[in-house]
Design a protein around this ligand. Structure first.
Ligand SMILES: *[C@@H]1O[C@H](CO)[C@@H](O)[C@H](O)[C@H]1NC(C)=O
Ligand SMILES: *[C@@H]1O[C@H](CO)[C@@H](O)[C@H](O)[C@H]1NC(C)=O
Ligand SMILES: *[C@@H]1O[C@H](CO)[C@@H](O)[C@H](O)[C@H]1NC(C)=O
Ligand SMILES: *[C@@H]1O[C@H](CO)[C@@H](O)[C@H](O)[C@H]1NC(C)=O
Ligand SMILES: *[C@@H]1O[C@H](CO)[C@@H](O)[C@H](O)[C@H]1NC(C)=O
Ligand SMILES: *[C@@H]1O[C@H](CO)[C@@H](O)[C@H](O)[C@H]1NC(C)=O
Length: 811
């Protein structure tokens, strides 16, 4: 029976004290670890020893990364500190580690009940402190391990979850304060009541839930995206016969990453940055209001980028109107059914895509989705159903009673699961009429209500088919036609004095309507080659695009050959008026510029992806970004390319409607445009906003590069911050760097390398992502280097190793 303390490391290196390094061979033994001495793991990654937290005077046994002793990842005697420096950790006769104070009283001990022949304690390179038999090296043979009793930190390889046989649970608890490692009130655990999901709780109260595992990740939090797209670690949910747990492993062992639960109840994923030698936050959770458990109360959807935050689900209305606007804790809020239920005959299901599944469901793994639907339909108290297997296999979830803790996946993110919500037939029909989306109505048509609905729906379909030709006439009301006399009067007969700009598509005039409203009139040059009807239908389509970062179209005007578009007038002019001017650029602080960048990105994302039309702008530039009273950016001139070209999806164009300096190589040289040519222009614009310099006409004493080239060279020399506008004193360095990196990613020479706008928005809006390294930009010499040959009809002049294009600047 071993009555010595065997403390060895994997290759058996043991360090005593900080002043003297004593290395000992494998299986050497030591009597104890005294305060001041440490135990280091084989490859020097972790260290165990005594430490004092924060401003406390107490001593604790802890484990920390050797490269970063200040972040203690595990504490042994969390609740029972030693008050002096005379503590000692020893292995006792029965193979347990015990912590003794100076009076040899036991302060803390491991509680292995198995007695070993030859027990050793070993600090593994994973950060796990184990007690095992010195002869049997098998990992099943650990009689005790620190990974079974986590503190506030989850390291790679740790298991968060339950032993299904014994019920033993491993979970994180935060430190009570920076000075006190004893367990705080929160816990971070794997909830296995229903489908497994991560939760943060205080006592029995849920603070946040992650939504069920979707096969790759827990699918209902903003960080889901970061997890799915991350290249740092792989999350895993493991279901064995007698164990169910969550764990993760890094893709590359040189990467150090962990999860820590803070005393505030916030969980963070940290990644060690070897360059700056500090922990970088990959994500925090809860991240926003919608992550708070049941933020919007019952039957209510949380929408993070919308106002108001909460919106009753279809078929529900707020219970008490007056409670509704009060901010603060809203868990008592409730939406109730709008109309008395006509279940089961006149109800059906509405499909809601991409949401975080509500809490408290009933599940049956052997039912497929059809059976699930039928079962839910039969029982009037079944509010919703969903497929529990996202990969499409069988598995049925049903909700009875209130739907709690729902959030919708915001634009730019991709997560969430599909749920089918029970709604009265009237809602289904309304939804059908409004959204013109295909909905499945499973109403039983044997009742009068059912027949009535069917007739109504058929009628609508028939009417729609019949009216297809005249549809645009109905919708024209949305974008009013304004007669030319009104416009002429408003603009003082298009006087020179009222002209506020001139662009590629024609001059812009300021006007004042008789109502006092200020307008901007774009008088299109009359070479669009479009007929009246064509023009009208384009305007109707463009008029329907509504987004806070797009300039709103007030109306249009057609008279003979004359075609005009009428916009809201923006008193603050356009972005170029500010950023390229030494004095005015001071008005745009970094915070404002960052808002503007994000706003433009969102507007462009809407054009590219979220609107029905999928519009390629083709002439994105500083002068096309208008600023409203609050300096919010509004993209203007979108959709003009459609008016002048017809089909926006056509990948080649005879008329190049862009502006040099902003045009991507493939567009400028071959007339090839795509969503990615807009991304290029956005990248140029982004770098212009950060630098306050024009890409085209950029001058630098040291080289003949344009702004892109300048930024690229500085980036490669690790001096990217020098790109920043000198007047930006308040800037946040990490944000500026991220913007520059995203800018450079957008202007990469090959379109397929450039990110989509959805990724751009995501990369800009989220701190702490690991972004790809940009490759060489397109066009980076002063006048625009074009690789390969060109086929456009532009005037070209050749210089020795670069070609340049001369043409008039658009606007
Ligand atoms: C002890 O080891 C550290 C590296 O772990 C080294 O920097 C230090 O010089 C060593 N001290 C002595 C006295 O050898
Ligand atoms: C060991 O102690 C912990 C608390 O420190 C307790 O949760 C666990 O059940 C104990 N295990 C055994 C085998 O007694
Ligand atoms: C080592 O321990 C494991 C688990 O307790 C056991 O299955 C195995 O037989 C042991 N091996 C030896 C050589 O004792
Ligand atoms: C792990 O990362 C290091 C440093 O970045 C790199 O040198 C190494 O090649 C990577 N290993 C693998 C297997 O990717
Ligand atoms: C699950 O559904 C199947 C098929 O409908 C049924 O036979 C079984 O009893 C259900 N299980 C539970 C626990 O309700
Ligand atoms: C509907 O489901 C609830 C909850 O499972 C159950 O209590 C109730 O008996 C069911 N009603 C019918 C008619 O099946």
């Amino acid at each position: 029976m071993g009555c010595f303390l065997f403390l060895i490391t994997f290759v058996g290196t043991l360090f005593f004290s900080s002043t003297m390094n004593l290395s000992v061979d494998t299986k050497s033994l030591a009597q104890s670890i005294r305060d001041g001495e440490t135990l280091v793991s084989a490859s020097q990654s972790f260290e165990l020893g005594f430490f004092t937290p924060g401003n406390s005077n107490n001593r604790y046994i802890g484990i920390w990364y050797k490269f970063n002793p200040s972040k203690v990842v595990w504490v042994a005697n969390r609740k029972n500190p030693i008050t002096d420096k005379q503590g000692m950790l020893v292995m006792n006769d029965d193979g347990n580690l015990v912590l003794l104070n100076k009076d040899k009283k036991v302060i803390w001990s491991t509680n292995s009940s198995r007695v070993l022949e030859n027990p050793v304690a070993q600090l593994l390179d994973s950060g796990n402190l184990v007690i095992r038999d010195n002869i049997n090296m098998s990992s099943d043979g650990y009689v005790w391990q620190s990974f079974d009793y986590p503190s506030d930190t989850m390291l790679a390889g740790m298991r968060l979850g339950r032993n299904l046989r014994s019920g033993f649970e491993r979970y994180l608890t935060p430190w009570r304060s920076a000075d006190d490692p004893s367990p705080g009130d929160f816990s971070f655990r794997l909830d296995i009541q229903g489908l497994p999901e991560l939760v943060i709780t205080t006592g029995s109260r849920k603070e946040a839930r992650s939504g069920p595992w979707d096969g790759r990740q827990f699918g209902g939090t903003l960080f889901s995206n970061k997890v799915v797209h991350n290249v740092i670690y792989k999350p895993m949910l493991v279901h064995k016969q007698d164990e169910l747990y969550y764990t993760f492993e890094p893709f590359n062992n040189t990467v150090k990453t962990l999860i820590v639960l803070h005393q505030s109840g916030t969980q963070q994923r940290l990644v060690w940055n070897w360059k700056t030698t500090e922990w970088r936050i990959l994500y925090s959770w809860p991240f926003d209001q919608c992550d708070n458990y049941a933020q919007c109360g019952a039957n209510n959807n949380c929408r993070i980028n919308k106002t108001p935050l909460c919106e009753c689900l279809k078929g529900f209305i707020p219970k008490a109107e007056d409670e509704w606007d009060t901010q603060g804790l809203s868990q008592s809020r409730k939406c109730i059914e709008k109309s008395p239920s006509d279940c089961p005959s006149g109800e059906g299901f509405l499909k809601l895509p991409a949401i975080k599944l509500p809490d408290f469901y009933w599940s049956n793994n052997s039912m497929n989705i059809k059976e699930c639907e039928a079962e839910c339909f039969k029982n009037c108290s079944c509010r919703a159903y969903a497929n529990s297997d996202v990969s499409g296999g069988s598995g049925c979830l049903m909700w009875f009673g209130d739907l709690i803790d729902i959030r919708v996946c915001p634009p730019g993110f991709s997560w969430g699961q599909v749920i089918f919500l029970r709604v009265p037939a009237s809602e289904l029909v309304k939804h059908y009429l409004n959204k013109k989306k295909r909905i499945k109505i499973i109403a039983v048509v044997s009742t009068i209500t059912g027949i009535f609905i069917l007739v109504l729906v058929l009628c609508t379909v028939w009417q729609k088919t019949k009216n297809r030709g005249s549809e645009s006439r109905e919708e024209e009301e949305e974008v009013p036609l304004i007669d030319s006399i009104t416009i002429s009067a408003a603009t003082n007969n298009f006087s020179q004095a009222n002209m506020i700009g001139k662009g590629g598509f024609g001059p812009v005039y300021k006007g004042i309507l008789s109502t006092g409203q200020e307008i901007a009139v774009k008088r299109l040059s009359n070479d669009s080659g479009q007929g009246v009807e064509e023009f009208k239908s384009e305007v109707v389509l463009i008029g329907k695009l509504q987004h806070r970062n797009l300039a709103g179209l007030l109306g249009s005007c057609i008279q003979g050959d004359e075609r005009m578009l009428i916009y809201e007038y923006m008193p603050n002019k356009s972005l170029d008026y500010f950023i390229f001017d030494d004095e005015r650029s001071k008005f745009l602080s970094w915070i404002k510029r960052f808002d503007i960048i994000i706003g433009i990105a969102r507007g462009l994302l809407y054009l590219h992806q979220d609107s029905k039309l999928q519009i390629i702008h083709r002439d994105l530039k500083a002068s096309n970004i208008l600023l409203d009273n609050d300096l919010n950016p509004k993209i203007s001139d979108f959709g003009l390319a459609r008016i002048f070209r017809g089909d926006d999806k056509e990948a080649n164009t005879k008329r190049i409607a862009g502006t040099y300096g902003y045009m991507s190589p493939e567009y400028a040289t071959d007339g090839k445009f795509s969503l990615k040519s807009d991304v290029f222009s956005f990248g140029v614009l982004l770098l212009e906003i950060v630098s306050g310099k024009k890409n085209r006409g950029f001058l630098h004493p040291d080289h003949h590069l344009n702004l892109l080239g300048h930024a690229w060279v500085l980036w490669n020399n690790g001096r990217a911050l020098e790109v920043k506008d000198v007047c930006l004193e308040d800037s946040i360095e990490s944000q500026v760097l991220r913007c520059i990196q995203v800018g450079l990613l957008c202007v990469q020479i090959f379109p397929e390398d450039r990110p989509k706008m959805s990724s751009v928005v995501f990369m800009l809006a989220n701190e702490g992502l690991l972004l790809p390294q940009p490759k060489q930009p397109g066009f980076f010499t002063e006048r625009g280097f074009i690789p390969g040959s060109t086929s456009s009809s532009k005037e070209k002049s050749h210089t020795e190793n670069a070609m340049s294009i001369t043409t008039q600047d658009g606007r």
